[in-house]
Design a binder for this molecule. Structure first.
Ligand SMILES: [Zn+2]
Length: 478
């Protein structure tokens, strides 16, 4: 035995790593350890530069306990603090924000006889894998500590008891309805995150399917329905529908911006902007929770402007000089391309409507407004696509309603009142039109595709829609 060669009590350093989900008490644990050592000998506390959550120079636990900390950018910045003082105990918070090779330096510190206590998140919700830095450190830790939070998931269907799950929470997930855009957005506490158990954990990429996520919450308030077909299939008699085309049968606004993004690359800064090669399905999904849409009594269009979309890269020496109105000009050009509708997919609403038509449960008048300044006699592309699809059925017709430069013309609700007084269902994405339809005839069932940014009258039945696999070949009699 050669123990006498080493004075183990004096010299042996170690690495203690505390991991867990948010709200598991990691920082409280760290602060308690720090306070207990502090009374015996001086020690140092460090935190990464990124975490500005509660305080720049203090570490604050979720229950508001505060301790002074040194803010560092890299883990090796600790060295300069050690050189000037003879500290033997160091504490590190938010370990996961440091680079994955941080374990090398911490290992070295432990070998030099320094006692290191570090805490960090173990699961990266946004990348759906462990934080490499924390994982690496945990592997080499002399004292690995895993803490657990309580699952904060509240069963939405259990209104009476408001029961919170309370199981052992191992992961943290994002809460806001908006998607984080930059590093700073990710930093947050209970305002942005919830810790949950395995059963209640939802990967971030699934949370980004915002319409589905909204649906649960909105369903209680507004009654979002999953399927138009299921809702109307048991009708005792054939129903008379008046149905809009753009955003109900085929997408217009998201398709225009998708085309723009595919052609221009990532020059713009909008929450739904995607890199080239993104599938339209994904683009469509992320477009609707963010799209600012303007509604006139005739139609609807997005109101993205150059200012709202030109990316900050313009200030970083990039010379994509975009003149004012360039986005409007570009999107208008895309909208008026001859093959625009040919190249747009059909929405699931169209597929469900077709099913009702084929089963003789619906008669549909498609009513679509057009700008007389652009088309003298209605949009020929829409006439063509109609004749190749719904136009094959005797129960369907198309009416194009022109408005002129002042936005004057007969509005859809006036047209319906005059021409289809026995209309039973109106499907439109424009809340103004549905509002006046409701005013004109309280018996009509107003229906809108569910797009999170569009707020409708509480009477409106919202139907979930997304891109479908419906093809022109599917429009034939059986
Ligand atoms: Zn749970």
């Amino acid at each position: 035995m050669e123990i006498s060669r080493v004075n183990s009590k004096e010299k042996i350093g170690y690495l203690k790593v505390i991991v867990g989900a948010m709200f598991a008490g990691k920082t409280t644990f760290l602060i308690n350890e720090f306070n207990s050592i502090k009374t015996c000998r001086p020690c140092l506390l460090f935190k990464p530069e990124l975490d500005t959550r509660y305080s720049q120079k203090e570490i604050v636990s979720h229950n508001q306990e505060k301790v002074k900390a040194f803010v560092i950018r890299n883990i090796s910045d600790i060295e300069s603090h050690l050189l000037s003082h003879n500290f033997k105990d160091i504490f590190i918070d938010e370990l996961h924000f440091f680079s994955p090779d941080s374990y090398v330096y911490l290992e070295e510190l432990a070998k030099r006889g320094i006692k290191v206590v570090a805490s960090g998140l173990d699961w990266n919700h946004f990348q759906e894998k462990p934080f490499e830095t924390t994982a690496n450190c945990l592997i080499i830790a002399d004292y690995p500590v895993k803490l657990f939070a309580k699952c904060d998931y509240k069963a939405e269907d259990n209104i009476i008891t408001d029961r919170i799950c309370n199981n052992k929470a191992t992961r943290t997930m994002w809460q806001p309805k908006w998607l984080p855009k930059n590093k700073e957005d990710y930093v947050g506490g209970k305002d942005k995150y919830i810790s949950v158990c395995r059963d209640h954990y939802v990967p971030f990429f699934e949370l980004t399917k915002m319409p589905e996520r909204y649906e649960k919450k909105e369903a209680k308030k507004t009654g979002v329905v999953n399927c138009l077909y299921n809702h109307f299939k048991n009708t005792p008699k054939k129903l008379k529908f008046v149905c809009d085309w753009d955003e109900v049968i085929q997408p217009l606004e998201p398709k225009v911006y998708y085309e723009l993004s595919e052609r221009e690359g990532a020059y713009y800064d909008a929450p739904w902007w995607k890199p080239n090669g993104t599938k339209f399905e994904e683009f469509f999904r992320d477009f609707w929770p963010n799209a600012p849409i303007y509604f006139s009594d005739y139609g609807s269009h997005s109101i993205y402007t150059d200012e709202s979309m030109v990316k900050s890269c313009l200030n970083e020496g990039n010379s994509f000089a975009l003149g004012t109105r360039s986005i409007k000009n570009k999107t208008n050009k895309i909208k008026s391309e001859p093959n625009f509708y040919e190249n747009s997919p059909f929405l699931t609403l169209a597929k469900e409507l077709l099913k009702l038509i084929k089963e003789n449960k619906a008669e549909v008048i498609f009513l679509s407004a057009y700008d007389k300044r652009v088309f003298a006699d209605g949009d020929p592309r829409k006439k063509k696509i109609f004749s190749e699809t719904f136009g094959k059925f005797p129960n369907c017709s198309l009416n194009l309603l022109g408005f002129d430069s002042e936005g004057k013309g007969q509005s859809k609700s006036e047209w319906i009142k005059e021409n289809v007084p026995d209309c039973e269902v109106v499907i439109d994405d424009n809340p103004n039109i549905l509002n006046s339809v409701i005013e004109n005839n309280e018996k009509i069932i107003p229906v809108a595709p569910f797009y999170p940014t569009i707020k409708h009258h509480k009477k409106v039945l919202l139907i979930k829609t997304s891109l479908s696999d419906l093809k022109k070949e599917d429009f034939h009699h059986e």
